[in-house]
Design a binder for this molecule. Structure first.
Ligand SMILES: C[S@@+](CC[C@H](N)C(=O)[O-])C[C@H]1O[C@@H](n2cnc3c(N)ncnc32)[C@H](O)[C@@H]1O
Length: 251
């Protein structure tokens, strides 16, 4: 897999920093830690760890945490920001970990970018100890709710963005996939994150630009849609709801 472009990594970092500090995202990470149930002597791997916030939060409670990511620049940022965890370069399909060596496996906002989730889950089972636990969390990119005077255009924009990803509906497929992959006691929890202020505008602008670039929506209609959303933000009428699923299981 090619190394991500520097500008792409910077944009992703800025987006993650904006999102990950919201109370809603903080609450999701906290619930994921509860579901992981890692003790102070356990080792946890955070796959696709990004800039390392979740890994650091887990390490603060005692476990040894290994953050793994494909992107070296993300890993450099994670190492600069968080001295607690260990950060290693690696791929979700070939983790730099021995068989049965971790008691916890987590991946947040990662599986939508994996073309072969079954292979990643087989790799998760390889590195997990017999009593180990797995927690996956992420949004369903094809189920974004954005209030707009033009719901048909909104659907086209959301669908076009989702269709550009390897597995945009990953969360809704994970319950069945985990059971098929041999995981036990698979449980799913859902949370809907609500956004009603201007902070969500860059995300909406990104959706619209991607729909234009994909040829799914004419540029003028996308610009009008973004204009409508800006107006709503100024009037306090913006409404975006994003469904997140937390899927947990025992090895
Ligand atoms: C949207 S970011 C999420 C980062 C972090 N988990 C968070 O929630 O803030 C996805 C991360 O997964 C990494 N990633 C994507 N595909 C990967 C793969 N096959 N193996 C390991 N990391 C991967 C990307 O480099 C990126 O840092």
């Amino acid at each position: 897999m090619p190394t991500p472009d520097l500008a792409d990594t910077d944009r992703l970092l800025a987006r993650l920093d904006r999102f990950d500090l919201t109370p809603e995202a903080t609450g999701l990470r906290s619930r994921a830690r509860e579901l992981l149930r890692a003790g102070p002597d356990d080792t946890v791997v955070d796959v696709g760890c990004g800039a390392g916030r979740a890994a650091a939060e887990i390490a603060a409670a005692g476990p040894h945490v290994v953050g793994v990511d494909l992107d070296e620049r993300m890993l450099d940022t994670a190492r600069e920001r968080h001295p607690g965890p260990e950060f290693r370069h690696g791929d979700a399909y070939a983790l730099p970990l021995a068989d049965g060596s971790v008691q916890g496996y987590r991946a947040e906002k990662v599986f939508h970018s994996l073309g072969d989730p079954a292979r990643a889950l087989a790799e998760a089972r390889r590195v997990l100890a017999p009593e180990g636990r797995l927690v996956l969390l992420g949004q369903d990119w094809d189920a974004y709710m954005v209030d707009s005077a033009d719901p048909v255009l909104t659907r086209a924009i959301v669908a076009s963005y989702a269709d550009g990803m390897p597995d945009p509906r990953a969360p809704r497929r994970q319950r069945a996939l985990l059971m098929e992959s041999g995981f036990r006691r698979v449980e799913v929890e859902g949370r809907v994150l609500l956004f009603t202020d201007a902070e969500v505008l860059p995300m909406l602008t990104g959706l619209a630009s991607a729909a234009v670039a994909a040829g799914a929506v004419p540029a003028e209609r996308a610009a009008a849609w973004v204009g409508e959303q800006r107006g709503r933000a100024e009037e306090g009428r913006l409404f975006v709801a994003i469904p997140f699923l937390l899927v947990s299981a025992g090895r």
